[in-house]
Design a protein around this ligand. Sequence first.
Ligand SMILES: *Cc1c(COP(=O)(O)O)cnc(C)c1O
Length: 427
Amino acid sequence: MNREIFIPKTINSSESVDVTPTPFGMDDFDKTVMSTYSRFPLALEKSLGCRVWDSTGKEYLDFVAGIATCTLGHAHPVMIEAVTKQIQKLHHVSNLYYIREQGELAQWLVEHSCGDRVFFCNSGAEANESAIKLVRKYSHTVLKVNNPIIITANASFHGRTIATITATGQPKYHKNFNPLVPGFHYVPYNNIGAIEAAISELDKDDCRVVAILLEPLQGEGGIHPGSITYFQKLRRICDTTGILLIFDEVQAGMGRTGKLWGYENLGVEPDIFTSAKGLGGGIPIGALISKKFCDVFEPGEHASTFGGNPFVCGVALSVCQTLERENILENVVERGVQLKTGLQSIAAKYPQYITEVRGWGLIVGMELCSKVSLSAENIVMAAMDEGLLLVTAGPKVVRFLPPLIITEEEVTIALQKLDRVITSVTR
Ligand SMILES: *Cc1c(COP(=O)(O)O)cnc(C)c1O
């Protein structure tokens, strides 16, 4: 077994990082930036490997990775080189022309997945939006269905555009944004009876269920891994009915679960899937990857100005090649076991506060007891004091999403910090 896992040489030395405080005016910031986010009172200024520093010079171990995005951590030499080379050579020219880097990244994705053809865009929402458009066009032109319905799951998350908040099965994201887009229906996740009932109930008159859009593991909705038996039954239903199975791999894909794609944990392949977050290691890129139905869109029917430009594709390709060359997925599996086992023993010490630890690879959730007032945000805030960055997944789940290059020592340190945090917040 090739055990060569790439760790940037400077990763464990703070010597090369200047941590001189650089005061940050949060009040001034709030005067000009729209208040769409409830931000923590923290401004990050510098980064290296799996550590970041704030404007006061305080150091944090990063178990958020820009929300499952910085797969190679921060200031990774491969990314620095790729960014520098690509900006010097060619960064943006538009899709009026053939783009070498776009073709090379598409080829890598096709060779490393069940997909056959790729459309590039800039984000997860845009990738899902593209999938919805593809399904709609397929319904009208091939199936001759006038009212196509896409089934999605409760507690799902698919993005913030109007169509993707509609696809998202969480009422809190719909509130005050009516009218939403017609043609979506929600079912409980991992419940085969519910989806079978929905399909037979919805197929009438002009309406037909044409696609099912699901995350292989629900991220934002609370770290709920897909059930293997559920997804395998669903695959059979889709094969017999012709319903398209679409996977949103925006958070679970690109090695996060220890497999390159989340669906590999379920033993089923989608007809179409989407990727974004980890795909570019932190540069903005999204992709729609289709196994069948490659020729549904005709020239001029779908587009994106920035989509697949030489810069993002060149950098994303180097991220993909690094994941492969440096056997980073092996690290994800090993560190994932270490993290989960460590969290489970912390949970065992505080059974009245922590009810469950679940996840795959380096996407792990820790669920808090609904009977106590302790919230996931309380833990995230206390962890920040302790020098550990975490993120919530709903009010009662703390989410762990370190860079995929996290070391054994760093996981150990994070677990020690978390243990201290739980002790202090439950005192
Ligand atoms: C984050 C996320 C999205 C949205 O991606 P953006 O890049 O923020 O548009 C979609 N689906 C899933 C599963 C996500 O986690």
